[in-house]
Design a protein. Structure first.
Lengths: 296, 360
């Protein structure tokens, strides 16, 4: 059967996709753990990460690691600015307004990057040669391994940040119990500010690691952002482990679906998964600390 | 307070009160739903005459075209304001119902030769049928998750439209949809289409006005205030939410049908997430819990986008910045409490002059 031979290959590419969705989902979760805000501009951080690296590599001719470092710093700066200019003035606004404001910011970021970097899709060179190696009949892109490594490192970083440092505890406290955080002298606005920085950094890392595999163009951020959010909801909203699990599950399901239905429907799969999980188990696979099971 | 005003009457207060009287004619009352019954007021006559005479006074084909578009956006925003502004739910998939309406009309009129008048009603029926179908599982959700789920529905709709070229024409869409015609009268110029669309919009405004004063309309407000509270006083929350979702979808279906028969094309690019965001922006900028506001917001945003299109590639960044600034500085909508704010401003100016005199 031809079909069954393609499945291991699809599985590998699904896991690569899954690592990316997991990284983007971790960005959403970082902000949600600090403030209950959902930042729809998260996908734009991914896009900007790839775009600015490309700019530093090709436009300024910096060495690769330096270009990536500068790109991460710039995207973190954009994340801080997003909080200062959009989220902070709207900190007392109602949900639809905050939602629209982040969507407006996403529109602004993507169209500005089209203006600055051009509308053509861009690809970065892979990190180590053109590494394609084969195990049995399955060929693996070396970049996939880098993506997996990055996901693992980011997860480790977030774990230590939230479990082992006072700062991470303070971030979490400002979301779970705002009044208690205020009473114990935690500046909630500062925590949300820092969370936006961390989330933008994670987004840009995701962008840098995926651009060698897939082209990045100015409007690719929206879909990646939405799928990352779906991954975070699927695994369990507000949990690091949930975002990772949801990301891999979503990537594998999406990739395997190509074997059974026409590939044009691939983008719809993620949303169908979303509707199903929201209908059957809104808490997500691992359960969520933020969603009260009774009222959903 | 009124007594005080009469006691200290000055001649220049006449000027202010004339200004205020004019404002009361034009600016809608944000607390409309507290009125018990509907009277045909002078304000409505003013609106009606303005609508009737505006295209004749400003007879410019481009202006007529923009007003036609604003009218279609107005119908969409009116449907969403029942859902978002009155019942307090959020939907980012409204463009999908607009698309369903447009494609229904397109397919019925081009493939089966159905008269556009019947296709018009069929669009509303089919859009509301789809809303009823997906509304029951979807409306269990709240807040961000409802927004995301409706957004997902919109994206699935787009993918289905693109991937079934035999039915919908795929990415290219459907062309040569006949103009709307009723009993042999064809609406083929922008002026005729203007009267058609604003006529439909006026009818829908009247319908919505009656709806929000009905038992169901009161229930919307109760659901928006507190779902638990609403269910305690005997409101079937799930039914009310589904009902308002279906009504909003029917409005969107009507708008889509009109769009298809006015523009003569139906193309998946038109019904993307951007349109859904635009409609929600119209409702927010017009002011939630207000019927005239979203229509004003629709006109404002349609003209804003048209004005910005002169700047070509700079238009989208400028548009994004303007949206964020409007949200930051007018979170309750531009029109909401405008009268109160203007009264405050005018009275402040009046008081300021007097204060200066006293100090001298």
């Amino acid at each position: 059967m031809d079909l069954w031979q393609t499945i291991p290959q699809l599985l590998i590419s699904g896991i690569t996709f899954g690592a990316i969705y997991a990284l983007v989902g971790l960005g959403f979760v970082t902000i949600a753990r600090a403030s209950q805000i959902i930042n729809f501009a998260q996908g734009e951080f991914v896009m900007l990460g790839g775009m600015t690296t490309f700019f530093f590599l090709r436009g300024v001719h910096l060495p690769y690691p330096l270009a990536a470092l500068f790109a991460i710093l710039i995207v973190i700066l954009i994340g801080f600015l997003l909080h200062l200019l959009v989220i902070y003035p709207l900190r007392k606004a109602s949900l639809p307004i905050l939602l629209m404001a982040t969507l407006g910011a996403a529109l602004f970021l993507s169209s500005t990057s089209a203006l600055l970097f051009g509308t053509l899709p861009k690809a970065l060179p892979p990190f180590s040669g053109s590494g394609l190696f084969e195990i049995g009949k399955v060929s693996i892109h070396a970049q996939s391994l880098f993506v997996m490594g990055a996901t693992f490192l980011v997860l480790l970083f977030l774990y230590f940040l939230s479990q082992r440092t006072l700062l991470g505890k303070a971030m979490e406290a400002s979301s779970t119990d705002p009044l208690g955080a205020d009473l114990s002298g935690i500046s909630r606005n500062l925590m949300i500010f820092l969370a936006f920085g961390v989330s933008a950094g994670i987004g840009s890392i995701a962008g840098i690691f995926i651009t060698p595999i897939f082209y990045v163009s100015y409007h690719s951020g929206t879909l990646i952002g939405l799928k990352g959010f779906i991954a975070a909801v699927l695994g369990g909203w507000g949990k690091h482990s949930g975002a990772i699990l949801g990301g891999f599950a979503l990537g594998v399901v999406e990739s395997l679906s190509v074997a059974f239905i026409p590939s044009g429907y691939k983008d719809a799969i993620a949303f169908i998964v979303l509707l199903l999980i929201l209908y059957i188990r809104p808490k997500g696979i691992l359960g969520s600390p933020f969603i009260d099971s009774r009222r959903w | 307070m009124v007594k005080q005003f009469q006691k200290e009457f000055r001649k220049r207060d006449l000027v202010y009160s004339i200004a205020l009287w004019f404002l009361s004619l034009i600016i809608p009352d944000p607390q409309l739903h507290y009125r018990r019954e509907y009277h045909f007021r002078k304000r409505d006559l003013f609106y009606f005459l303005t609508l009737l005479l505006l295209p004749l006074i400003w007879s410019d084909a481009h202006f007529h075209h923009l007003m036609v578009l604003s009218g279609i956006h107005g119908i969409l925003a009116l449907g969403l304001t029942l859902f978002l502004g009155y019942a307090g739910q959020i939907s980012l998939g409204h463009a999908a119902f607009f698309g369903i309406g447009a494609y229904t009309t397109a397919i019925l009129t081009t493939r089966y030769g159905v008269p556009s008048f019947f296709a018009f009603w069929a669009s509303a029926l089919i859009a509301s049928f789809f809303a009823w179908l997906i509304g029951r599982p979807l409306l269990k959700l709240k807040g961000y998750f409802l927004a995301l789920a409706t957004l997902g529905f919109g994206e699935i709709f787009l993918v289905l439209v693109r991937e079934s070229p035999t039915l919908t024409g795929g990415v290219i869409g459907i062309f040569d949809i006949p103009f709307f015609s009723l009993a042999g009268f064809v609406f083929d110029t922008y002026l005729k289409q203007y009267y058609l669309i604003w006529g439909v919009l006026s009818g829908l405004v009247l319908f919505s006005k009656n709806l929000i004063r009905s038992k169901m309309g009161r229930a919307f407000l109760a659901v928006a205030a507190s779902e638990d509270g609403a269910s305690v006083i005997g409101i079937d929350v799930a039914r009310i939410k589904l009902g308002v979702f279906v009504i909003g979808a029917a409005f969107a279906g009507l708008a889509g049908s009109l769009f298809a028969s006015v523009m003569s094309t139906a193309n998946p690019e038109t019904f993307s997430l951007n349109l859904s965001v635009l409609i929600v922006m119209m409702v927010i900028l017009g002011g939630m819990g207000n019927l005239y506001g979203p229509i004003a917001g629709a006109i404002f945003l349609t003209f804003l986008i048209n004005g910005l299109s002169r700047y070509q590639e700079y238009s989208l960044p400028i548009y994004g910045v303007i949206l964020i600034l409007l949200l930051i500085f007018f979170p309750d909508g531009i029109g909401t409490r405008l009268r109160v704010r203007l009264i405050y401003l005018i009275s402040y100016l009046g008081r300021k002059k007097r204060r200066e005199k006293v100090e001298l």
